[in-house]
Design a protein around this ligand. Structure first.
Ligand SMILES: O=C(O)CCC(=O)C(=O)O
Ligand SMILES: [Fe+2]
Length: 369
């Protein structure tokens, strides 16, 4: 039998990590958790205790000791950058775009197609969302350019959820639930709207930014369960503190910034906090940079019910009662698709301050600042 020859993917330029800002900014206090302790005796319990305050109060924290080397992470940036450097006709091929009318976020989202905040200033974000590598996703958009690098991307995608799974274990311990309570609702082999994402913000002229209050991504909470955001040096991401102040999320070398999304907030009756955040024009010394980001968005499994978990802690705190368990559940897929439609299926990313909407019995306030 002739040997199967797998072609080498085309070589691509090395992406260069931008330097940190020298500007004095108001940084948020971000807890750093060393996940290399996870498998040591007593390690999980210790980590869960270290994490408790951070997830309860700010919903943002960072992890190190993740098992991803800097080279592996940078390789993902190389691939993302190379893809975004393709001509729009190629990267934006209709067959591989997000279908927002269906609330389907897999595939490519182009910049400059929507105006923002009721002005004629255009949205400056491009992204590509890569579905999990499971048979059920075979027909979901995955651009052939990216497919050339599938072994590297697939490995990264699988390991991202393995990492998230450790964090879910810590959340389960915090809530006194069986350790696998959340991880089994987020299995790689089960269909869900999870995606690995490359995302790039293109700088806009100062005057254009001024007309939209320097907004690059409007204030929001994340739709899914957990977001992994590989730490990056271009300042711009801000979270809203419990006191209502906007603070910059600081870079954490070799770390991943994690934030709790709305589904975990629902499951924990608000104990695990899904925090409002936004992205603004970077400081002067970084304002010219095309800000490339790398993420893994964990969504609930399609068939998983979203309703408060039977946590002894939440019961003691009076956050749930017997009735909570009888609540009519909303499924993961129904919920996520509705969120994506509500957010993206418009010609304008309007100012959504104070607007609420419902999916089943879940009340969502997309922008609450
Ligand atoms: O670009 C960032 O740093 C954060 C983006 C973000 O919040 C999101 O895409 O949900
Ligand atoms: Fe977000």
């Amino acid at each position: 039998m002739p040997a199967v020859i797998i072609p080498e993917p085309p070589p691509i330029p090395k992406w260069k990590r931008p330097a940190k800002t020298e500007q004095e900014l108001e940084w948020a206090d971000i807890k750093v958790i060393d996940l290399s302790k996870f498998d040591q005796p007593g390690g999980r319990k210790e980590l869960a205790e270290e994490l408790r305050d951070a997830v309860h109060h700010t919903g943002f924290f960072s992890v190190t000791g993740t098992g991803f080397s800097q080279d592996e992470v940078d390789r993902q940036y190389d691939i993302g950058q190379a893809y975004f450097d393709l001509p729009l006709e190629e990267k934006g091929d209709r067959r591989y775009r997000c279908d927002f009318a269906q609330g389907n976020y897999f595939g490519y989202r182009a910049a400059n197609e929507k105006t923002i905040m009721g002005t004629d200033v255009k949205d400056n974000v491009e992204s590509v969302n890569i579905p999990k590598f499971i048979p059920a996703n075979e027909n979901e958009p995955f651009h052939p350019y990216l497919r050339q690098y599938q072994p590297t991307i697939e490995d990264f995608s699988r390991r991202s959820l393995e990492l998230a799974s450790k964090i879910f274990t810590l959340f389960s311990i915090i809530l006194e639930l069986p350790e696998d309570y959340f991880s089994r609702r987020h299995l790689y082999e089960d269909k869900s709207e999870d995606h690995l994402r490359y995302m790039i913000y293109r700088p806009r002229p100062l005057e254009a930014d001024a007309r939209v209050e320097n907004t690059w991504s409007r204030a929001h909470t994340d739709f899914g369960s957990l977001t992994l955001l590989w730490s990056q040096n271009v300042a711009g991401l801000q979270l809203k503190t419990p006191k209502g102040e906007w603070k910059y999320v600081p870079p954490v070398d070799n770390g991943i910034i994690c934030n709790v999304g709305d589904t975990l907030d629902f499951w924990s009756a608000g104990y695990l906090k899904s925090t409002i955040h936004r992205v603004v024009r970077p400081p002067k010394d970084q304002a010219h940079i095309h800000r490339l980001g790398l993420f893994y968005f964990v969504r609930p499994g399609d068939t998983v019910d979203i309703k408060p978990a039977p946590s002894p802690l939440l019961k003691r705190l009076g956050l749930i009662d017997e009735k909570s368990e009888d609540a009519a559940p909303v499924s993961g897929l129904e919920y996520v698709r509705e969120r994506v439609k509500n957010y993206h299926n418009h010609n304008d990313y309007a100012d959504m301050k104070g607007k609420k909407f419902r999916v089943g019995n879940l009340e969502i306030e997309d922008q609450a600042d």
